[in-house]
Design a protein around this ligand. Structure first.
Ligand code: 7PJ
Length: 287
């Protein structure tokens, strides 16, 4: 999978070997009912397509499409509902933009159908722990993001506890990479993600971000999603639609602490911010 290089828009990075010369932005495209429900399927697909085109033009390296809400308290959807939401969107985008598509799902049937429809990557907040998911990923041979979560979305924010958040998230990810590799998943295709906000208190999230570098010795590229999340709301007192400045700040900090891929709703602003961060970090490394 070739992903665009957010720094200069040249598609050159191989996500197969995952050599990131500069930070990549993964644009978030939700096709859950709370985002694109109005006006029926055709309007929904059209709105999603326009959003994808705008993200591609803004320099998104990957477009992440999800049909299951994983926000705290969210209920579950079945595979058919997820497919009904995402397949028309994946097909429409695949025909219109070159930017690789990732599918945000935990269900093996959804992974298979999404890849058949043109998705190039799997983003699984449950780290391939659902029945059959690991096997599906092994067969599909696509880059896959393994995310840490404590608990399950419906209940994960009810008193998450850790002795040491950084150590525990790190050992989960390290073990999960080893388990997936031992089961036959090509290790070179794995990306890891500490899962900000997924079974973590505010102070857990801050501690993780401050110590993100400690996840680097696992030896896999780091993806982080901080965009518009509630930890930014807690810090700023802002509603979700007012969190762009906080999201930009978090994206820059994440990259300065070692993240290679930043999952973000506001692609254009994030790409600009990471260009600045990248130029400064590169100049620092040259001395
Ligand atoms: C994440 C995600 C994240 C990965 C969501 C939201 C909640 N996938 N899907 N990492 N967050 N890999 O965007 O606020 O942090 S959904």
């Amino acid at each position: 999978m070739v992903v665009a290089n957010s720094c200069d828009n040249i598609p050159m990075l191989q996500l197969g070997t995952l050599e990131f010369d500069c930070p990549a932005v993964m644009g978030v495209l939700n096709v859950t009912p709370d985002s694109f429900s109005d006006g029926g399927r055709f309007v929904a697909r059209d709105a999603a397509l326009r959003e994808a085109e705008s993200m591609a033009a803004a320099g998104a390296a990957i477009i992440d499409i999800g049909g299951e809400s994983t926000r705290p308290g969210a209920g579950s959807v079945n595979a058919q509902q997820e497919l009904d939401r995402i397949l028309p969107v994946i097909e429409a985008i695949r025909g219109a933009v070159d930017t690789p598509i990732s599918v945000d799902t935990s269900k093996p049937d959804v992974m298979r159908a999404a890849v058949a429809a043109g998705a190039a990557m799997i983003n699984d907040v449950r780290a391939l722990q659902a029945d059959g998911a690991l096997q599906a990923a092994i067969e599909l041979k696509r880059p896959v993001c393994l995310m840490h979560m404590q608990g399950m979305p419906r209940t994960m924010q009810n008193e998450p506890t850790y002795d040491d958040i950084v150590v525990e998230v790190g050992s989960f990810l390290r073990q999960r990479v080893a388990q997936c590799r031992d089961a036959g998943l090509d290790q070179d295709l794995i990306v890891i993600d500490p899962g900000f906000g997924f079974g973590k208190t505010h102070s857990h999230n801050i501690e993780l971000l401050a110590n993100l570098r400690q996840l680097q010795d696992i030896g896999r590229p780091l993806l982080v999603g901080l965009s518009r999340k509630s930890m930014l709301g807690e810090l700023t007192g802002r509603n979700v639609d007012e969190r762009l400045p906080a999201s930009i700040s978090a994206a820059v900090l994440a990259v300065m602490h070692g993240a290679q891929i930043v999952r973000a709703h506001d692609v254009a602003a994030t790409v600009d911010a990471l260009r600045v961060a990248d130029a400064v970090m590169e100049a620092g490394e040259r001395r």
